[in-house]
Ligand binder design. Structure first.
Ligand code: MN
Length: 488
């Protein structure tokens, strides 16, 4: 099978003739631009573009996004121009490529305190969720070839992948990418622990699978008796990294983890999901406190399913019940919404719960059944009221619009705030009251005897700065009053 055929057959959704043409065109274009270039692994550079596109196809993305996967590194190359790409592929694809290229400049330096800001900054810079998704696919392939990267860089890239990229995939509900990014990065960040988990899995896998297939047999029979049509049985093994995270919370005791493997029952309707739950509980006793109805109350990233943990004679097992649509969304999250553009029967859901994390920063509403509107909304500025400021070390701190260096100083540390006397913005001396702008790099100059003044309150925007300045002023006016009282 040729490379381009591999991409097309990796697609989860149906691609029409026009889609296939676009992908082929992007393929030929990228192949020409990257010809002669090599990766650190010695492979032709173009393989990276192909693999990125394959990953995007496999998580249910649309043809435009798959094509962008092929083209994502082309404008970095001097053998083509933005004009040429725009002329050949249109403004939409050019916009996506430029977004991906821009994100490439962002570096994580391992300062955990501000990781959350970095994630927000990443999404803000991207402007379009598809850019983030392409970047996630790009990173996953880079992780797969990480062994060829210089040793001192490996750990930084792997840690960044876990802290920033996998978390973003999780927030977007793309569990497939989240799991793969984490598991590929895991051995580079925590080699010993990863080997330990491999051992555990090797030891337990078979017995777990045996007991699951036993459960499946019994359940299938009972469902048939009750005339419930099962679309699909499926079993999944917990991803290695998330298993390890869980182990660390359970004193490394594998017996305390009940969802290392889970049986999935996919049925047609929501009503059937609840019927299946009832039937499961009539066959086995559920473990109290472990019945979770994420259909009635979805997780913040939109995940929906019913989970229950049952006690069988072979031990404890988790069963997950969901509809087909929920199953697709569970794996592909936001990406799943690109899949049903032209299928009337599977419209995206109007689910306000879905993007809580993004919604908290701004709204990502879209009309149900209107994919075009949905795409439009993906392009909006999620973070219009926030700005992202870098410390000299490369940490990102997010602040409200119109914040000034005093706000920044207090966000770094209250002591820095109390003693700020000047600031350098992008290397230039600037007043501590000046307005900061997105992407500024700010350095704070402090002096031991500098102290807050009433005037500061007029310029600061953050509540943390206001709080500290006020409490300082209150304390000190009281003090000076006391002092002058003592003197008279
Ligand atoms: Mn790349």
């Amino acid at each position: 099978m040729s490379n381009v055929q591999q991409i097309i057959s990796a697609a989860k959704r149906h691609l029409n003739k026009k889609d296939v043409e676009l992908i082929k065109k992007a393929y030929n274009f990228a192949e020409r631009v990257h010809s002669g270039q090599k990766r650190l692994s010695g492979e032709p550079y173009f393989i990276h573009a192909v693999e990125t596109a394959k990953i995007l196809a496999s998580i249910d993305m649309d043809a435009q996004t798959i094509a962008t996967g092929l083209l994502h590194d082309t404008i970095e190359d001097l053998r083509t121009t933005e004009e040429e790409v725009g002329k050949e592929f249109g403004e939409d694809i050019l916009f996506l490529i430029k977004g991906v290229t821009k994100l490439g400049t962002l570096k994580y330096r391992g300062h955990e305190r501000h990781v959350e800001s970095l994630r927000k900054f990443f999404v803000a810079m991207a402007n379009d969720i598809r850019v983030v998704i392409i970047k996630l696919a790009d990173r996953l392939h880079n992780l797969r070839t990480l062994e060829y990267v210089r040793e001192d860089k490996r750990k930084r890239i792997a840690l960044e992948s876990i802290e920033v990229y996998a978390q973003l995939a999780s927030r977007l509900g793309i569990r497939k990418l989240k799991g793969e990014i984490e598991d590929t990065a895991f051995p580079y960040v925590y080699p010993k622990e990863s080997a330990q988990v491999d051992e555990i899995i090797k030891e337990k896998k078979l017995s777990y699978q045996k007991s699951l297939s036993e459960i499946q047999k019994i359940l299938a029979l009972e469902l048939k008796k009750n005339k419930v049509k099962v679309a699909k049985f499926d079993s999944r093994m917990k991803h290695k990294y998330s298993l390890w995270k869980k182990l660390t919370k359970k004193e490394m005791d594998i017996e305390k983890i009940y969802d290392i493997v889970a049986l999935r029952v996919v049925v047609e309707t929501v009503e059937e999901c609840y019927r299946v739950l009832g039937i499961i509980h009539s066959l086995w006793k559920p473990l109290p406190g472990r019945i979770k109805d994420y259909i009635a109350v979805p997780k913040p990233n939109g995940y929906r399913s019913i989970h229950t943990t049952i006690i069988t004679e072979n031990g404890i097992a988790e069963i997950q019940v969901r509809t087909e649509q929920m199953d697709i969304e569970a794996n592909y999250g936001v990406a799943a919404h690109f899949a049903y553009k032209d299928q009337d029967d599977k419209k995206p859901l109007d689910n306000k719960e879905k993007f809580k994390w993004i919604e908290e920063l701004n709204n990502l509403h879209y009309a149900p059944g209107d994919p075009k509107n949905f795409l439009e909304h993906l392009k909006m500025d999620f973070f219009s009221r926030r700005i992202f400021i870098f410390t000299p070390k490369g940490d990102v701190i997010d602040l409200p619009e119109d914040s000034c260096p005093i706000d920044f100083a207090f966000s770094v540390h209250s002591d820095v705030g109390y003693h700020i006397t000047g600031s350098r913005v992008n290397g230039k001396i600037s007043p501590i009251f000046s307005k900061l702008h997105n992407g500024d790099m700010v350095e704070i100059i402090t002096k031991k005897d500098a102290k807050p003044s009433v005037k500061w309150l007029e310029s600061v925007k953050t509540s943390i700065a206001k709080k500290h300045i006020r409490s300082y002023l209150e304390k000190n006016t009281l003090l000076s009053k006391l002092k002058s009282f003592g003197k008279s």
